[in-house]
Design a protein. Structure first.
Lengths: 311, 346
């Protein structure tokens, strides 16, 4: 009959277990308290970090020569802890690594902090054998291996904030175009030479280089000529991925760059028929934002032949 | 050298969870079984392998002696290691000629503590143990180093786990674990199935010398070579991509030409490193028992490898086999025992 009695039992040394460290480990820990990493040289000339009293290859006493190494070092191998245990130094995912400090011939085992990750995260791509790392020392050091809180990757990248403010005026042609938009109308101008309707108009024909004055109002329907699927978030787009595309308004001679929505990104097609999705009238102002984006309408696709010159 | 053989092997039905029995209650049936099998109730020498930290009680191994019937006092020794090293000590004792029989046993109940944290207590107390680094995290560093050097993939590790678990399901004493699945890591690059399961269990072996061996066993598994080697403790001074200690131990013990090898690989990649170190080609059957990946009663798992390899000689399915045991972080220490149906000295 198996026992049903469970006893919670703890083995511990209250106050910890006192150990003499000797002159070699003692020197290492003392230097660590001073914020320096040292190794010891063997008779064969190799530098052991952390130092040992003997050469692991020959068993001979090491020399008395201590050598400052690092602080930077190279990861020789690593493991990634997605779910840390109670005894681990972090309560979020982190790496263990063997790190060979510059100037040393052996590697030191320590924790490597790569930033904040969700529990269970897969190893980040930056974590690689050969990566360069440096110790992060604690401000208050006591002469233990924990005086190094962890290692951190060497700085390989910075992030520069950049923001400049401007006061833009659109010019006369754009002003006139936005005047129409503010009223829910899309206005273009016809070129007197090539007779194409240019929308949004610029006040001249970019093809013939002549001024344009004849206004033409266009419907808010058109055809997608080409498009791109974007995976970087944009405040104007509803979600990622979103589609930006060129729409040839019916009757226009040039395409307009706009967002295309109301359809999954992978279902947008060249030749697809679309219509402007206007914001509610009370939100209109003199801005292209009055049109949120273009959405598909239930009409057959336009054959490629008919749009091929508008790419 | 005296001819010494493994003449009997017994093991518990290992369990992946606490069965509500004390360690002594786990050991007793195995000792009883091996006494019945050999017809011996007293042995010239007894040596056990266990770890007091698994139970969290000093001299926990002493209570296991009560299961032997140790009165009047017996000639006894203990190693705070896997029972495979107890077997080595017993083999040495038999070499002295003082006795002809030896009982060796190992046991471990890892379900009652946090094995990973317990194993951390064996580490260098100055620069390793204070970090809180655990056994699996260190094994994963060795796996990473090996994969990168060998150009092997995580799928190669999964294949080792899949084969081990399939074999384990055929072994009535092992845990019966499902085929590996899932892509979550335990400690990357190791997946949960690459890590030996927490297991409770015990095992015993009887060694006998010369004619006594023939008397006790129809087909003794003669130990033709046994050797163990260790590497430095610090991982940072070792080449983790290979096992020099296993290579030398294998060479000294005569690993070449074995048909079956039972390897104490507690992590999938360790099997690949050990195969290379011991020069085991594709023709060698590795871990037909399922190995430690199917049942890893700590402190008995290495002894079980020797027992399983010996059992293949006992039942005549192989004529030359190898049992391997490992100890310490990342295969630090390796023991290789080569056995044969033929005596070394004819």
């Amino acid at each position: 009959m198996p026992s049903e009695t469970t006893v919670n039992h703890v083995v511990e040394f209250p106050g910890g277990y006192t150990r003499s460290v000797g002159p070699v480990i003692g020197r290492f820990l003392s230097e660590l308290r001073d914020g320096r990493l040292v190794g010891v040289r063997t008779a064969a000339g190799r530098v052991l970090v952390p130092p040992a009293e003997y050469d692991p290859e020959t068993g001979e006493d090491v020399t008395g020569e201590f050598v400052e190494v690092g602080p930077a070092g190279t990861v020789t191998t690593w493991s990634w802890v997605p779910n840390p245990a109670a005894e681990h130094p972090f309560d979020r995912p982190f790496a263990w690594a063997l790190i060979r400090p510059d100037g040393a011939d052996t590697a030191l085992l320590h924790a490597l902090d790569l930033g904040v990750f969700e529990a269970g995260a897969k190893p980040p791509k930056v974590l690689k054998t050969g990566m360069r790392v440096r110790p992060k020392y604690r401000a208050e050091r006591t002469g233990t291996i924990g005086d190094i809180e962890c290692f951190l990757p060497e700085v390989t990248m910075i992030n520069s904030p950049g923001s400049l403010g401007y006061r833009l005026k659109g010019g006369r042609a754009l002003d006139r175009f936005l005047e129409g938009i503010a009223e829910g109308r899309i206005i273009g101008q016809r070129c007197p030479v090539c007779e194409k309707v240019i929308v949004p108009m610029k006040g001249f024909c970019t093809r013939d280089g002549v001024p344009t004055t004849e206004e033409v109002e266009l419907p808010d329907t058109g055809t997608v000529t080409t498009f791109a699927v974007n995976n970087i978030p944009d405040p104007r787009a509803p979600e990622v991925p979103f589609v930006s595309g060129y729409v040839l308004l019916d009757g226009a001679g040039l395409t307009m760059l706009t967002l295309i929505a109301g359809v999954p990104a992978d279902q947008v097609r060249m030749g697809m028929r679309v219509k402007a999705a206007w914001r509610p009238r009370e939100e209109w102002d003199r801005s292209m934002a009055n049109i949120r984006w273009f959405e598909p309408i239930d009409e057959p696709d336009v054959p490629f032949e008919e749009i091929k010159d508008f790419m | 050298m005296r001819d010494v053989a493994v003449v009997a092997f017994a093991q518990s039905h290992h369990s992946g969870e606490d069965q509500g029995i004390a360690e002594t209650e786990m050991v007793l049936p195995v000792i009883t079984e091996i006494k019945e099998r050999t017809g011996l109730s007293r042995f010239g020498f007894t040596c056990s392998g266990s770890c007091d930290y698994l139970q969290g009680a000093p001299f926990a191994f002493v209570s296991a002696l009560d299961t032997l019937g140790a009165w009047p006092p017996i000639s006894e020794s203990h190693v705070e290691m896997d029972g495979a090293w107890a077997l080595y000590e017993a083999w040495v004792k038999l070499q002295t000629g003082q006795t002809d029989t030896a009982l060796v046993y190992g046991f471990g109940k890892s379900s009652q503590g946090d094995l990973r944290a317990i194993m951390g207590k064996q580490l260098d107390p100055y620069t390793l143990a204070p970090l809180g680094v655990d056994q699996v995290s260190m094994a994963a560093m060795q796996a990473r180093a090996y994969l990168e050097k060998a150009g092997a993939k995580e799928d190669d590790l999964r294949a080792v786990a899949a084969r081990s678990r399939a074999s384990g399901r055929e072994n009535p004493f092992a845990l019966h674990l499902p085929d590996p699945e899932g892509d979550d890591y335990d400690v990357a690059p190791l997946h949960p199935y690459d890590v030996a399961p927490v297991t409770d269990g015990a095992a015993a072996i009887v060694l006998a010398a010369g004619d006594k061996a023939r008397e006790l066993c129809e087909r003794p598994a003669w130990i033709t070579g046994i050797d163990h080697r260790t590497e430095p403790h610090a991982l940072g001074v070792r080449d983790l991509t290979r096992s020099e200690a296993a290579r030398i131990a294998g060479e000294k013990a005569g690993a070449a030409g074995v048909e079956v090898a039972e390897l104490h690989a507690q992590f999938s990649h360790e099997e690949l490193i050990l195969r290379e170190a011991l020069g085991l080609g594709d023709g060698v059957t590795v871990n037909p028992s399922g190995g430690a990946l199917s049942a890893n009663p700590v402190m008995a798992a290495g002894l079980i490898r020797i027992g399983e390899a010996a059992a293949r000689v006992h039942d005549g399915t192989a004529s030359r086999t190898l049992g391997h045991a490992a100890s310490g972080p990342c295969l630090q220490q390796n023991l290789v025992c080569v056995m044969s149906g033929e005596k070394k000295n004819g």
